[in-house]
Ligand binder design. Structure first.
Ligand code: BTN
Length: 271
């Protein structure tokens, strides 16, 4: 076991985030746990970490596969003093922070996929799930949940995602210290969060765009029952994808799953 509460507390001492830390060998979902703590008034920067989750939650009501002893499952409580519409900027900043840290661990290609997946060599290595609690003044708190595939093997992934997901150890052929990675992650998240609060969205957005290969490409978005295609022009101040479509011109998409059309065609041709 490369971490426990005592080790993590020691490593986070004096750092901007994690002055209050909750560690669980098993929990339902670190997001649910953090949400409960947020409602009870937990301070900004409170972190929840689990070795495994029994009800790991993904975007769009999906399950996040969360076996023990291999990966990072963590959530942090943030209390940004800005309007609710800007809440998605937090997940975008988190994607940038994770991507920048993962780049230091491997020579493979780290990329961002809208809305906030991190890919390594074209496969998903990290998912981010933000949940917002509002009050009459705006944002009460945001729970930012981050799942990173660290040492999980190919065969440990459920069959349906085996060819879509990857981990640091699969791509680098070595075991990675989760303790070291999570400390670097929270240091870098603090850096980008501070920048977002102090200077606004532009630097975060610029960095995100520089790591997102789908921008400028023709993409297909699955949004609920709808399939929309067009050219991805960028993201707006709310983190929505700006798409140029043949039917409706420029539109904004708030949520969905995006794929570059060339990749869909390549997969069809390869089958
Ligand atoms: C996605 O679907 O891409 C988002 C996945 C987010 C998973 C993380 S793991 C830690 C936190 N707790 C959860 O239940 N989900 C998030």
């Amino acid at each position: 076991m490369d971490w426990n509460l005592e080790i993590l507390e020691k490593n986070l001492a004096g750092k901007p985030f994690g002055q209050k830390l909750y560690y669980y060998p098993v929990t339902g979902s670190t997001n649910d746990e953090a949400f409960r703590l947020g409602v009870a008034g937990a301070l900004e920067g409170t972190i929840v970490i689990a070795d495994s989750q029994t009800k790991g939650k993904g975007r769009l009501q999906r399950v996040w596969h969360s076996p023990a002893g291999t990966n990072i499952y963590t959530s942090i409580i943030l209390r940004p003093q800005f309007e609710v519409a800007r809440a998605p900027q937090i997940s975008i900043a988190a994607g940038v922070a994770v991507a920048e840290v993962l780049e230091k661990y491997c020579s493979g290609k780290i990329q961002l996929k809208w809305p906030n997946d991190v890919l390594l060599n074209g496969k998903k290595i990290c998912g981010i799930l933000a949940q917002v609690k509002t009050n009459v003044c705006g944002i009460d708190f945001i729970v930012l949940g981050i799942g990173i595939n660290v040492n999980i093997d190919y065969n440990q992934f459920p069959e349906d995602i085996r060819n879509l997901a990857t981990s640091l150890s699969i791509e680098t052929d070595r075991e990675i210290s989760r303790r070291e990675l999570i400390i670097r992650l929270y240091e870098n998240l603090a850096k980008w969060y501070k920048k977002l609060i102090a200077d606004g969205f532009s630097a975060v957005k610029e960095k995100w765009l520089s790591m997102a290969p789908m921008i400028g490409q023709r993409v297909q978005i699955m949004s609920g029952d709808e399939v929309i295609s067009g050219k991805a022009l960028g993201i707006d101040e709310q983190g929505s994808l700006v798409l140029l479509t043949a039917e409706d011109g420029k539109i904004k998409i708030f949520a969905g799953d995006a794929t570059i059309l060339k990749e869909i065609q390549k997969n069809v041709a390869g089958n």
